[in-house]
Design a protein around this ligand. Structure first.
Ligand code: M6R
Length: 609
């Protein structure tokens, strides 16, 4: 999830681009760079780290020109470094890119066979090589970009400028955002509105598989492999702050709504229906030989711990590997027994949580193999591990983790299917069914997100209580824990998640009309049992909010408030069922007026012991 800003017009472009990038830094800050055409030459300046470093680099090597583009990077392929920073330039062609190319290894091999050498580890550099090669045969930049786009698969928003073409910027998009800003004698493009809103509020939103040509006078949009399209600019009335949050009130709400797209990014290039398998970039796992693994130990904290609890269920059921889940802070403190045949999987959004990092060190000393599931590329935990499976969720700004939770679940599910196949315990047709089910989840998430007014109403009621119980069974018990954690951390309401079967062993004593109970009960093989638990709560005057499958008749007969989710494979309900719980906590917190994105006493990354 990188940020792109382009400018072509009559003003010096460097400051305009730098200011635009500042408004996009929330999209990533591993490195930044800028390319400017000064009428004769194309020059690039790049720096590792935050934008301030690019500013310093530009003081040493100033650039001047009225056509340029900049990039702030969230690393996916290739660690954060100056060499991996965009723009990538090959023979007078500069490219910036946001997205993930699926067939980059294949294309890289092909380019290397021609004798060309790469100066970065990125997938993006492929564009620069291929476009410059195409220009050698046909000097038209638009034709060259078109030709190359017909060869790549995956997600991209790209901007391309060439030394040989001082009057045009070519941009294109597929699955990654790109908006064109129409000024007076100047034209802009950016990954997101805030980057250019200061200069114009007339915006044209590009759709997937479209290419646009920007000149100082205006723009034209075309299908990548088809005719020109007519599209009028829209006038954006947002303030700059509203625009940064994509029009949402808080980053957390924006991130909740990003989940379908994030899940698609986590799966991108990894799920193969034809092969009924998962082509992962599980660096190191092949060497570990999946068949040899006798036990898996998942190490995590907070929300990542809840994802790991669901992961245990999948790893044991689909890959048939005995799996334990440990709170990292406890594991590191208790001299755990580590076996060299253990596969230890730290799960962490930030990749920097100190307890998880220290727990990894303990496991490593014991001789275990380590495979990190992390969101931030090249962070401390992946660096300390033998291999990494990245979630590609982009930066998460809200302290309460939402999109990274569903991305972790997606990664764990893919890993379970991968191991199941490699260990020969998961039949091909079943793997295929599971992966087809997984691919359908983003569309089902969108259905929930597009119909959330009812959840807002329920939240208004819940906001007046001081306690709340969350119940679930089997792989939905961790979702009850996660729902309770969300309510605690942003709405400051005491909430507990319980395995529904444990109610009668104690907590049922708490039930009365002042105790709302949220029950996660989609229609699955535990449904009858958990319906019995709901009856027990209702009989004692408890108030129930049931998260159930749309159209489930049994719920009609129960005196409960309902939140409906669409039907899916029962193994996949955790990924869907958590979304209404995130929304419920969000709306309760918003009604109470808490600081949703930065709740009191919490830090996004816990790097102190
Ligand atoms: O970055 P990590 O995934 O390692 O962070 C773990 C926890 O600190 C984190 O999940 C925390 O519980 C969040 N505030 C939950 O919303």
């Amino acid at each position: 999830m990188c940020g792109i800003v382009c400018y072509i017009g009559s003003r010096p472009c460097v400051d305009i681009i730098l200011q635009g990038l500042t408004r996009l830094e929330y999209r990533g800050y591993d490195s930044a760079g800028i390319a400017v055409h000064d009428g004769e030459m194309l020059k690039v300046v790049r720096a590792q780290g935050k934008l301030v470093n690019l500013g310093t680099a530009l003081e040493k090597t100033p650039l001047a020109g009225k056509l340029g583009m900049g990039h702030t990077r969230w690393a996916t392929h290739g660690r954060p470094s100056e060499n991996n920073a965009h723009p990538h330039m090959v023979n007078g062609v500069a490219v910036v890119h946001n997205g993930i190319l699926e067939n980059h290894l294949e294309l890289r091999r092909e380019i290397e066979q021609t004798g060309a050498t790469f100066s970065s580890e990125t997938d993006t550099e492929i564009f620069a090589h291929l476009i410059s090669a195409a220009l050698e045969k046909n000097p038209d930049l638009v034709a060259a970009v078109r030709q190359v786009l017909s060869r790549v698969t995956g997600s991209y928003a790209i901007a391309v400028i060439a030394k040989s073409d001082p009057g045009r910027v070519v941009v294109a998009k597929n699955s990654s955002p790109l908006v064109i800003g129409v000024g007076d004698g100047e034209t802009f493009a950016a990954s997101d509105i805030p980057a250019i809103l200061k200069h114009t509020n007339r915006m044209v939103f590009m759709e997937d598989r479209e290419l646009a040509v920007l000149t100082a006078e205006g723009f034209s949009i075309h299908e990548i492999d088809g005719p020109e399209i007519t599209r009028e600019p829209k006038t954006i009335e947002w303030s700059a702050t509203q625009a940064e949050k994509g029009g949402y009130r808080h980053f957390m709400l924006k991130e909740i709504h990003e989940q379908p797209r994030v899940m698609e990014d986590t799966m991108r290039g990894r799920v193969s229906i034809e092969g009924s398998g998962v082509a992962t970039e599980l660096m190191g796992l092949d060497d570990l030989s999946a068949r040899r693994v006798r036990r898996i130990v998942l190490l995590a904290c907070g929300t990542s711990y809840h994802a790991s609890l669901v992961g245990k269920y999948w790893l044991e059921n689909l890959a048939k590997v005995p799996t334990e889940v440990e709170l990292a802070s406890e594991y590191r403190a208790r001299n755990p027994l580590v076996d060299p045949n253990d596969l230890v999987i730290p799960v962490s959004q930030s990749g920097e949580t100190i307890d998880t990092l220290e727990a990894v060190k303990v496991a490593k000393e014991g001789g275990a193999s380590i495979l990190a599931i992390a969101n931030v590329l090249d962070s401390a935990i992946p660096r300390a591990s033998d291999g990494s499976l990245y979630t590609h969720a982009g930066p998460e700004i809200g302290v309460a983790s939402t999109k990274c939770f569903t991305a972790q679940l997606t990664a764990l599910f893919m890993l379970a299917v991968h191991l199941g196949r490699r260990r020969g315990v998961l039949e091909k047709p079943r793997a295929r069914e599971l992966l087809e089910g997984l691919l359908k989840i983003p569309a089902l998430m969108r259905e929930i997100l597009n119909d959330s007014e009812h959840i807002e109403e329920l939240a208004r009621e819940l906001a007046s209580y001081s306690n709340c119980l969350y119940l679930g069974r089997r792989l939905l018990f961790p979702i009850a824990l996660e729902g309770a954690l969300k309510l605690k951390e942003i709405a400051y309401i005491h909430a507990e998640g319980y395995a529904a079967g444990e109610m009668k062993h104690g907590p049922i004593a708490l039930i009365d009309e002042n105790m709302p109970v949220v029950v996660v009960m989609p229609t699955d093989s535990s449904f009858n049992r958990i319906s019995g638990n709901v009856q027990e709560v209702l009989a004692r005057g408890g108030r129930v909010i049931a998260v159930g499958t749309r159209g489930e008749k049994t719920l009609d007969a129960l005196d409960v408030k309902r939140i409906e989710i669409p039907a899916c494979l029962q193994e996949l309900y955790p990924i869907l069922a958590v979304i209404p719980l995130q929304l419920l906590a969000y709306y309760v917190a918003d009604f109470k007026g808490t600081d949703v994105d930065q709740p009191r006493n919490l830090a996004k990354t816990v790097t102190v012991e």
